[in-house]
Design a protein around this ligand. Structure first.
Ligand code: SAM
Length: 360
């Protein structure tokens, strides 16, 4: 018998990053004093389940640790314990559980873990979507107005599903928590999508006009061959591209790029810039040292940079870097918004965004 209380917090992540997400939410839940523990974080499964103690609803931790404050989670749901289904009738147990729980929703998403096994389940999920929708409508679980709540059916196997729910303002609006972007044919490298995804993640769409506009000045540290510079140029910016390596000729032909073969860790801008972006592969703390210098001297208004994480304990390293950055800025009296996410286009790295406060 499945518990009718949504006592789990279900988080999706990139396959292979379950230990990092586990370390992160365990530490954060501890700070919040939320009683519970991780009950599933199988290697390469693409998700982590946290269960509250004493069968309490997991809404508290879900709200207390919003998705945007987490690094390694792609999606964050309040969930019921996984449901075992018979292959003859996969629909009735789902409808019954929702009915007994008393919850209702405006939409249903069928999702699977971002793994090869997960992909093989999407056809099944698709075939169930119509009949399930009709059955839920009849049972009152699906309505036109239900506070924007979305029902997530996370298919774990042909005979197992975990039922979760999400709430507006604290969820990814992309299926599977994955923002899929098309690779522009003329971009010099696939890395270009990392910066584009970072902007979609950290800069609200309505702010793009004022924060990512024509005529702005930017620096791209470790720019070659120019995937990130391409994005800056596409927004009409002028870019100092700092790298010993060669830049794509097409980008140089735009007249918007000045290529300087210098060391990105020591280069100083001739005047204040709008954006600093950095994709240099080096020790994370070395990148933090450099970014701190830029922010303290107010050489840029906003920064997006990657921290490369080839080590085992990735969460600990990220935590160490972010804490150092926060402490330094505070000591210098600099107010800034800092966010860090493991983006879909990131591999063994995370992306950090910093925006100085009191800037236009
Ligand atoms: N973002 C780029 C793109 O989208 O095409 C890819 C950057 S690649 C991952 C890292 C680059 O950093 C390399 O081209 C390398 O030459 C450069 N690099 C490494 N150390 C550097 C340093 N100290 N200063 C400037 N560039 C550096």
């Amino acid at each position: 018998m499945v518990n009718r209380v949504p006592n789990e917090w279900l988080l999706y992540c990139r396959a292979g990053f379950e230990p990092d997400l586990t370390a992160e939410i365990t530490a954060r839940a501890h700070e919040l004093d939320e009683p519970g523990q991780v009950v599933a974080a199988e290697s390469n499964s693409g998700f982590v389940r946290w269960q509250s103690r004493d069968s309490r609803p997991a809404n508290g931790i879900h709200r207390g640790l919003p998705l945007m404050s987490l690094v390694f989670a792609r999606q964050s749901l309040v969930a019921f314990e996984p449901l075992s289904l018979s292959r003859d009738d996969r629909i009735s147990p789902v409808v019954e559980l929702i009915k007994e729980s008393g919850w209702n929703f405006e939409s249903i998403w069928h999702e699977t873990p971002d793994t090869n096994e997960g992909k093989s389940l999407s056809r099944l999920a698709k075939s169930l979507s119509r009949p399930l929708e009709s059955a839920l409508k009849r049972g009152g679980g699906l309505r036109r107005k239900a506070g924007g709540r979305r029902l997530h059916l996370f298919w774990l196997a042909g005979d197992a599903v975990q039922i979760g729910m999400s709430f507006p303002g604290n969820r990814s609006e992309h299926p599977g928590g994955v923002l899929r972007l098309r690779h522009p044919a003329d971009a010099p490298s696939r890395s270009t999508l990392k910066l584009e995804e970072a902007w979609h993640t950290f800069v609200p769409k309505e702010a793009w006009e004022s924060r990512l506009h024509e005529g702005m000045q930017a620096v791209d540290l470790g720019a070659a061959p120019g995937g990130w510079t391409y994005q800056l140029v596409r927004r009409g910016m002028f870019v100092y591209a700092i790298d010993n390596g060669p830049m794509a000729p097409g980008l140089m032909a735009t007249g918007q790029v000045e290529h300087l073969r210098e060391d990105g860790f020591v280069w100083e801008p001739p005047y204040r810039l709008d954006w600093l972006v950095c994709d240099i592969v080096d020790k994370p703390m070395r990148v933090i040292d450099m970014v701190e210098r830029w922010l303290i001297k107010r050489w840029c208004r906003e920064a997006i940079f990657n921290l490369k994480l080839p080590m085992k304990k990735r969460w600990e390293e990220v935590q160490r870097c972010l804490t150092r950055l926060e402490v330094t800025l505070k000591a210098e009296g600099i107010e800034a918004d800092i966010a860090c996410r493991h983006l879909y286009h990131d591999r063994e790295e995370v992306t950090v965004h910093v925006r100085l406060k009191g800037e236009r």
